[in-house]
Ligand binder design. Structure first.
Ligand code: PEP
Ligand code: MG
Length: 765
């Protein structure tokens, strides 16, 4: 049964559109279960009805015409209860609703299972038989398993179909329902713009759909790329000729034949002639064939899938080479959409034209999202169902408050969101006046506000916003945008520019924190569980040559300025701290011996894992300061991967367990008389900042963009009020309740403009 299941799922996933997906499902299930009927009803959210969308065994004329409300019939019951209903004789069930045009009166046995995707019922899958019998347990289990696997494919096909059909002029003429795709709100704000899809070099999956500007030119480019690939294969084949037997040598001929007109080339050319650009035609044909081969029973044929993918990549490589660097045509207001957004991709669109970002994978604390917040670009991550390759040139709205992306929005919705943008600008303008004012509560408590940086551009933005220091300089960013480790001298230069720009204010440089979601292209770390693996201090202690060079560069950069603080990420044990301190001291004495006038900087640890929480006093005794990385701490306390969009809803910064840990860290560190600060994203939220201040955090470090909002919140409240807010919040059990309560309190304090604005199309605004 398992292989039948696998085969159906693979075959269905190759179907080109929703109708073919549904059609294949009903045909294959009817065959596999040997039933007389198999049908699919899909829920139409506009009409609030389950519509018969495909059937084998019922009258075909009923497809698309017959529908049931969610309170009608057994199908409605399956949908409403979100569980299977298995009946010996459907007509005797009290909810039975006779659908005349389907001809279903002949069938008695009935099994309906819900199709559920991300907790919402997409539809109902039904099998029926003439005889009176209950489907047995294994049949029911088979249908439930199949339905769970097909749900994602149906959701994706529905999403793609909805985007494609909106291209139709007729669809435009009809009153349009504003369809949105859900993701994770990663950088607040709203943006309206035209999509630019980020295509990765030689990554077929990321090639966008585009029309051919000149069909003949596309055909010529394709033929030339094909010929280059053929030449490459012949060259390899010739060079190995003497070392291979003739039957092994023949494999190269098989490879070459896959490129023939009857195989790949013919189909691709056909698509180009039909108006697609060469790269898009290549993607479509290659990926379809890959899926087809993958679903084959024969292991030898399945293997061919990887050959075809390899050939496809090679052809794409040449096509991209001949096209030169991706010619990105950017509208004045562009939204960059990527399969997996990386910090380096932000450069694909000129800074003055980039208004929004969307990523299919990743989540709010992915590195790209952190950078987006730093530069203040509204961003939605983890939009898993978004058919991103179909969006090039489309107009979208990015709602970075609620994590929604609207594709081809109606004029009415556009106007409503334009109003939000106007309001936001007014609030930002109002906050500008705070630049030179202190972050001081109404009862005179002074709260230092620092910033998190990583890009050179962050520095001037931070100073403009009135930052008093840098609480976290993410040194991995300069490491990420290169092809190999930067030398001591190169590091020295970039560190010096940060230290100089901020002097005499303190600058906290974190030692290299790679691993987890931060990969260096030239130092890949492949692990099943990267967040529980080799990351942060674990990597650098294993590579003293990298650690020492970095620390030396930091120390040399601070010569004469003496505003450097060094911070160690991801520490779990006391011996890691001791070892790192030994290395820092070694670098220091080496430099002093070499004649540099460097002073010992303050050294601190980051508390990011639960083990560090419970040893924080021991750590505090060893170092000069403690800083909490609440982004990681939250993921490790809650066991929720900060990058996984499937569990993004569970990643709750205000979870009571996280708040308790934060309070404990502040209290324990202060018992040792050492300063405690925070540099996770929680400090950037006005409500979160008030709680942290009340807990006793002595410095809040955040992205420069949010600093004025946080300052405004602090200036609008007394420390006593923040403390009573904290004690009330600590008695609450639920993160969402805490979140709502904070919003309410900010409104009562007259700081409602600091919370997210009222948004169109949202029940709670
Ligand atoms: C954190 O984990 O909170 C933190 C500040 O570090 P990063 O987000 O870079 O992992
Ligand atoms: Mg961290």
């Amino acid at each position: 049964m398992l292989s039948v299941l696998r085969k159906i799922v693979q075959e269905v996933s190759t179907a080109p559109d929703l109708d073919s997906v549904l059609d294949l499902i009903v045909r294959r299930i009817q065959q596999a279960m040997k039933t007389q009927v198999c049908s699919i009803f899909l829920f139409d959210p506009v009409r609030q009805r389950y519509v018969l969308r495909a059937t084998q065994g019922l009258n075909q004329e009923a497809v698309g015409k017959v529908s049931l409300s969610s309170t009608e019939g057994i199908v409605g019951q399956v949908g409403q209860r979100a569980e299977p209903i298995n009946l010996e004789d459907a007509s005797r069930h009290p909810a039975f609703h006779y659908l005349k045009s389907t001809g279903e009166e002949r069938f008695h046995a009935f099994l309906g299972v819900p199709i559920i995707h991300h907790r919402s019922v997409l539809g109902v899958l039904v099998v029926q038989q003439m005889e009176h019998r209950r489907f047995d347990e294994s049949e029911e289990a088979f249908m439930v398993t199949l339905s769970a696997q097909l749900a994602g494919i149906i959701a994706h096909a529905e999403a793609t179909g909805s985007v494609n059909s909106e291209q139709h002029p007729q669809a435009k003429a009809k009153p349009q329902r504003d369809r949105h795709f859900n993701g994770v709100a990663a950088a607040s704000g709203v943006a309206i713009g035209t999509v630019v899809v980020a295509t990765l070099a030689a990554e077929l999956e990321t090639v966008a759909d585009k029309p051919a500007k000149d069909v003949q030119q596309e055909l010529d480019a394709f033929k030339a790329a094909l010929e280059s690939v053929r030449d490459d294969i012949r060259t390899v084949s010739n060079s190995l000729a003497r070392r291979l037997r003739s039957d092994e040598q023949a494999l190269f001929d098989v490879y070459l034949r896959m490129l023939d007109d009857q195989a790949l080339a013919g189909e691709i050319e056909e698509r180009i002639r039909a108006g697609s650009w060469a790269q898009g035609a290549l993607r479509e044909v290659v990926l379809t064939q890959v899926r087809q081969f993958n679903s084959m029973e024969d292991a030898y044929l399945r293997e061919r899938a990887s050959d075809i993918r390899d050939l496809g990549r090679r052809i794409l490589g040449y096509l991209q080479e001949s096209a030169g660097p991706p010619e990105v045509e950017c509208a004045e207001e562009s939204i960059l959409v990527a399969d997996e957004l990386s910090p380096a991709m932000l450069g694909l669109v000129p800074e003055d034209k980039l208004v929004g970002l969307v990523s299919v994978s990743g989540s709010g604390t992915s590195h790209a999202a952190i950078m987006a917040r730093a530069v203040g670009i509204p961003t939605v991550m983890g939009v898993v169902d978004l058919p991103f390759t179909r969006l090039e040139g489309r107009q979208v709205i990015v709602d970075g408050y609620s994590g929604r992306v609207y594709v081809n929005p109606s004029e009415q919705l556009l106007e409503a969101f334009r109003e939000v943008i106007r309001e936001e600008r007014a609030v930002a303008a109002g906050l500008e006046g705070l630049r030179d004012l202190p972050a001081e509560t109404t009862d005179g408590y002074r709260m230092p506000l620092w910033v998190n940086t990583g890009l050179v551009a962050d520095v001037s933005r931070s100073l403009q916003r009135g930052a008093e220091g840098i609480g976290l300089y993410r040194t991995e960013i300069p490491f990420m945008i290169r092809d190999f480790f930067p030398s001591e001298h190169e590091q020295l230069q970039s560190y010096r520019s940060q230290l100089e720009a901020f002097a005499p204010r303190p600058v906290t440089m974190r030692t290299l924190d790679i691993g987890g979601d931060k990969a260096l292209p030239y130092f890949p770390i492949e692990e099943d569980n990267p967040f529980l693996g080799w990351r942060g201090i674990r990597v650098t202690l294993d590579h003293p040559e990298i650690f020492l060079v970095q620390v030396r560069a930091m120390l040399r950069a601070s010569e004469g300025l003496n505003n450097l603080r060094i911070m160690l990420p991801m520490v779990t044990s006391v011996h890691e701290v001791e070892e790192a301190l030994r290395q820092i001291d070694r670098a220091l004495s080496e430099l002093q011996d070499e004649g540099y006038e460097v002073q010992r900087p303050l050294v601190g640890v980051m508390v990011e894992v639960p083990a560090a929480v419970y040893q924080v006093r021991r750590f505090a005794r060893l170092v000069d300061f403690v800083s909490v990385g609440s982004n990681d701490l939250t993921q490790y306390i809650l066991a929720v991967d900060r990058n996984n969009p499937r569990v993004a809803g569970l990643y709750a910064a205000y979870h009571p367990a996280v708040l308790r840990a934060l309070q404990y860290i502040a209290r324990e560190t202060r018992k040792e008389g050492k300063p405690v600060s925070i540099c996770g994203e929680m400090a950037a939220d006005p409500g979160g900042a008030l709680l942290l201040m009340a807990m006793g955090y002595e410095v809040l470090s955040m992205n420069a963009n949010n600093l004025p909002r946080v300052k405004s919140a602090i200036r609008g409240v007394s420390l006593a009020r923040a403390q009573s807010l904290l004690s009330r919040v600590l008695r609450m059990d639920d993160a969402e309740e805490i979140h709502q309560y904070l919003r309410q309190v900010l409104k009562q304090l007259g700081l409602g403009q600091l919370t997210r604005p009222r948004l169109p199309n949202q029940p709670s605004g």
